[in-house]
Design a binder for this molecule. Structure first.
Ligand SMILES: C[S@@+](CC[C@H](N)C(=O)[O-])C[C@H]1O[C@@H](n2cnc3c(N)ncnc32)[C@H](O)[C@@H]1O
Length: 703
C-alpha cells in the first residue's frame, strides 16, 4: 500500500534533481513555497537559531551573518520545493498547482507551516493526501514502512527502530531535510543545565521517565541484535523480529530523534474497539501547526471557549482504484494569508512543552478541563509512599458519598468520614519537608483561616497527578463534606453517614466550599511556585529584556512590560495583605513569588521590597536593556520561562476562576455573596495565583 523504496528511487532520480517543475506540471511552485515573516514563536529550530545567535554575539560583521542566513534560507527553500514536487508527483491534491489554495511557508525561525493563498470556505476539502505516502504502524500492511508505534515509549523498541530504518531510507530518497533535524522539545535537545531551568517537577519527572524508557528501549533492541536472538521484545512477534533486524546502524541519537519525530508529528485514528487505532505520519499534514482553544474574550475569567484551529483531517475509504486518502477540510472560513491550524488535542501545557517544544500562548483553558489527559501536577509530592493504601481506602469511602456522576476518575481524596483526622495526620507526614504543616497554618491570619478549611478537605493524594475530572471532584467532595456537616450541625467528622444526605446537599449547594476549594488551589499554586528557584518577576523581566535585545516587535515588548507591571501590582497587593508573612512557607516561597532577587537574599520583607522597587523602576521607567549574564536568552531558556509563567501562574489559576464562574453562571447567589464577603482575602489569594490584577475588569455584573 505504501510507497516502496523502488518507487521512491524512481521518483527521485527522474523527477527532483533534473526537471523539477516541468515534470509534474507545477507552474508556480516557487511562489507557493512562500517565505513569510512570522512573529517568532517558541519552539524554534534550535540549531539554526543558535548558529545565528553565536555569530551575533561573536561580533562578526553583519554582512557575514546575512550571507549565511541567505544561504541557509536558500538551502531550506530548495528542500521545500523538492518536497512539493514529490508531493504533487505522488498524487497529493490541493498544493503546488495553479489553482491550489494552500501553500507551504517557512518562518524566519525555521518553523514551517501551511497557509491559505486564497479564500477557503468552511467545509471545503483543501488537501487530499493518498495514505500510501504515509508511514503507518498498521501491522498487516506488508508494503508499508512500518512505524510500529504504540503510544507508550516502552513499546518503541519494537516500534520505531524498524520504521526508523525504513523511514530514513524513504527520507533519503525523497526529501531528507523536510523533517526537522531536531524536535525542539526538552525530550530531545535540553542539556542537563537546561533541564534544571525547567523548575517544574512534574514536567521534569515526565521527561526523565520518557528518557529512561527511550534508553531502555534502545538498549533492549541493541541487545537483541547483538545476541542475534529471535526472541521478540514485544508480545507482537513481528514487531520484535523487525526490531532485531533494524537496529543495525541506528545510533542512540538517531533513535531518540525518531522517537521525538513520531511523538510530535504523527496522528492516530481511534480504534473501533476504543483507544488508538492506526498511527500515521502523513507528509504535509505533519507540517500543520497547532491551534488550540482560547477563551472568547482572551481572558481566563471567561468560560466561553473559541477554537483557533481551522482545519481537521478525516480518513476517506478507497473509491474505485484509489486507495485510502487523508482529507484535510476547513472547519471555518480561512482567509488568504491565514495559517492553517489543526488542533493537536486538548492538552495541558506541560504536554505541549515536553513533547512538542512549545507552550501555548496565555492562556490554555485545558489545563484542568481535559478528560483524564490534562493532568495537573498541582498536588504532586504530597504523598509519602506509605500512605497510599490508606488514601485509597479513604478514596473508596468518599466514592460512596458522592453523586455517582462525579465519581469517574476519582483516584484519591480524603474521606468525609476522616477528613479532619486524616488531614492533620497526613499533613504532618507529607508536608513536613515543605514547611506547610499544621503548625504553620495555625499562625495564619483571620482571612486565611476562613479559607483554609477547604485546603484540608481538598488534600489530594492521587499519586501526585490531578486531572480535570479529579479537580472538579475535589469541589464536589468539599461540597459533600461541608453540606453534610452543616446539615448535621457539626464538624466534618459528623458526615460519617455519607451517602444520601450528602448526595442531596452536594447537588444543591456549591458556594462557600467552591471558594474554599479555589483557595486551596491558589494556596497550592503558591507553594509550588515557592519551590521554584527563580522569582517570577525576575523571569518576566528577563523575557522583556531579551525581547528588547532581540529587537522584537514593540507590541511584544509592551506586552511583556505590561505583564511585569501586573505582577508588580500583585506582589504589592500580597505585601499589603499581611497574608504574606503568615503564609510564608519558607524563604524560597516568599522570595520566589514576590521578589526579583535570589531566594536566599530576599527572605526579609524589606529586602524584597527594595528589589521590587528596583524592578519597578526599570520596568516602569523603561530603561535601556540591561546587561545580565543570562541575556540574551537561549531558545530553551526562553521556552522554560514561558512555560513557568504560563503554566504555573495563569493556567493554575484558571481552575479557581472557572469554577467560580460556573457558580455564578448557575445563579448561585450564595457563592457571590460569599465572594463579596471575602473580597479582601481573595484579592490576596489571587494576587498569589496570578489573576488578581484583572479580577474587577471585564464589566461583569453580578447581582
Ligand atoms: C507537526 S509539527 C508541525 C510542523 C513544524 N512547524 C515544522 O516545521 O515541521 C509540530 C511542531 O511544530 C511546532 N509547532 C506546532 N504548533 C505550534 C504552535 N502553536 N506554536 C509553536 N510551535 C508550534 C513545534 O515545534 C512542534 O513540535
Amino acid at each position: 500500500m505504501l510507497l516502496t523504496s523502488k518507487m521512491h528511487a524512481r521518483g527521485c532520480r527522474h523527477t527532483f534533481p533534473c526537471k523539477p517543475y516541468a515534470t509534474c506540471h507545477v507552474s508556480k511552485p516557487i511562489s507557493h513555497v512562500q517565505q513569510r515573516k512570522k512573529t517568532p514563536r517558541l519552539g524554534l529550530h534550535v540549531r539554526l537559531l543558535q548558529h545565528v545567535t553565536a555569530q551575533a554575539s561573536s561580533g562578526q560583521a553583519s554582512t557575514v551573518r546575512e550571507e549565511q542566513i541567505a544561504q541557509l534560507q536558500q538551502a531550506r527553500e530548495e528542500v521545500l520545493e523538492n518536497f512539493l514536487v514529490w508531493l504533487v508527483t505522488n498524487g497529493v491534491e490541493g498544493i503546488g498547482m495553479d489553482d491550489s489554495k494552500v501553500a507551504l511557508f517557512e518562518g524566519l525561525d525555521g518553523e514551517r507551516g501551511l497557509m491559505a493563498v486564497e479564500l477557503i470556505a468552511a467545509g471545503e476539502v483543501v488537501l487530499r493526501i493518498p495514505l500510501k505516502l504515509a508511514l503507518t504502524d498498521y501491522p498487516g500492511d506488508e508494503e508499508s514502512n512500518r512505524l510500529m508505534y504504540e503510544v507508550l515509549y516502552s513499546t518503541l523498541h519494537s516500534a520505531v527502530l524498524p520504521s526508523g530504518a525504513a523511514f530514513w531510507c524513504n527520507a533519503q530518497l525523497c526529501c531528507p531535510q523536510v523533517l526537522p533535524s531536531a524536535v525542539p522539545s526538552p525530550l530531545n535537545n535540553f542539556s542537563w543545565e537546561e533541564m534544571q531551568d525547567i523548575q517544574w517537577d512534574p514536567a521534569k519527572a515526565e521527561i526523565y521517565s520518557a528518557d529512561w524508557l527511550m534508553t531502555d528501549a534502545y538498549e533492549q533492541a541493541s541487545n537483541c541484535r547483538q545476541d542475534d536472538s529471535d526472541v521478540p521484545l514485544h508480545a507482537d512477534a513481528a514487531g520484535g523480529a523487525a526490531a532485531s533486524q533494524a537496529i543495525g546502524g541506528v545510533t542512540m541519537e538517531r533513535f531518540r530523534w525518531a522517537c521525538s519525530v513520531v511523538h510530535s508529528r504523527t496522528f492516530a485514528n481511534a480504534a473501533r474497539t476504543g483507544g488508538v487505532g492506526v498511527r500515521m505520519l502523513v507528509p504535509l499534514v505533519d507540517m500543520i501547526n497547532h491551534g488550540g482553544d482560547v477563551t472568547a474574550s482572551g481572558s481566563m475569567e471567561d468560560a466561553q471557549l473559541l477554537p483557533t484551529d481551522n482545519v481537521r483531517w478525516d480518513l476517506v475509504p478507497p473509491a474505485g482504484s484509489a486507495g485510502w486518502v487523508m482529507a484535510v477540510k476547513a472547519t471555518q472560513d480561512i482567509s488568504p494569508d491565514q495559517e492553517l491550524l489543526l488542533s493537536y488535542g486538548d492538552r495541558a501545557s506541560d504536554d505541549y512543552f515536553v513533547h512538542y517544544g512549545f507552550v501555548p500562548p496565555l492562556c490554555n483553558p485545558h489545563e484542568k478541563l481535559g478528560e483524564g489527559g490534562a493532568a495537573l501536577g498541582l498536588y504532586s509530592g504530597l504523598l509519602e509512599q506509605g500512605e497510599q493504601e490508606q488514601q485509597q481506602q479513604q478514596a473508596a469511602l468518599l466514592r460512596q458519598s458522592l453523586p455517582t456522576q462525579h465519581v469517574d476518575g476519582l483516584e484519591g481524596v480524603d474521606s468525609p468520614n476522616t477528613s479532619s483526622s486524616s488531614s492533620s495526620s497526613s499533613s504532618s507526614s507529607s508536608n513536613s519537608s515543605r514547611g506547610d504543616d499544621g503548625s504553620k497554618d495555625r499562625g495564619v491570619g483571620a482571612e486565611a483561616s476562613l479559607l483554609l478549611p477547604g485546603w484540608y478537605k481538598l488534600r489530594v493524594h492521587a499519586g501526585g497527578r490531578v486531572d480535570g475530572i479529579l479537580a472538579n471532584l475535589f469541589d464536589t467532595a468539599a461540597m459533600a463534606i461541608s453540606n453534610s456537616s452543616s446539615s448535621s450541625g457539626s464538624s466534618s467528622s459528623s458526615s460519617s453517614s455519607s451517602s444520601s444526605s450528602s448526595r442531596d446537599s452536594s447537588v444543591s449547594g456549591h458556594g462557600e466550599d467552591d471558594l474554599s476549594s479555589d483557595a486551596a488551589v491558589a494556596l497550592r499554586c503558591w507553594q509550588l511556585l515557592g519551590g521554584m528557584g527563580t522569582p517570577l518577576l525576575h523571569d518576566l523581566w528577563l523575557l522583556r529584556e531579551d525581547a528588547r535585545l532581540r529587537g522584537a516587535a514593540e507590541e511584544e515588548i509592551w506586552r511583556l512590560g505590561h505583564l511585569c507591571r501586573e505582577q508588580i501590582e500583585r506582589e504589592k497587593l500580597v505585601r499589603r495583605s499581611g497574608l504574606w508573612h503568615h503564609l510564608d512557607c519558607g524563604s524560597a516561597s516568599s522570595s520566589n513569588v514576590c521578589s526579583s532577587s535570589s531566594s536566599s537574599s530576599s527572605s526579609s520583607g524589606e529586602d524584597s521590597d527594595s528589589v521590587l522597587a528596583a524592578v519597578e523602576h526599570e520596568v516602569v521607567g523603561n530603561a535601556s536593556p540591561s546587561t545580565h549574564p543570562q541575556l540574551p536568552l537561549s531558545t530553551n531558556s526562553r521556552l522554560c520561562i514561558h512555560f513557568r509563567f504560563s503554566f504555573l501562574l495563569e493556567a493554575r489559576a484558571v481552575g479557581c476562576w472557572q469554577r467560580r464562574e460556573q457558580a455564578w453562571r448557575q445563579g448561585r447567589k450564595q457563592a457571590w455573596s460569599c465572594w463579596q464577603q471575602r473580597e479582601q482575602a481573595w484579592s490576596c489569594w489571587h494576587g498569589v495565583a496570578g489573576r488578581g490584577g484583572s479580577r474587577h475588569g471585564g464589566g461583569r455584573v453580578h447581582s
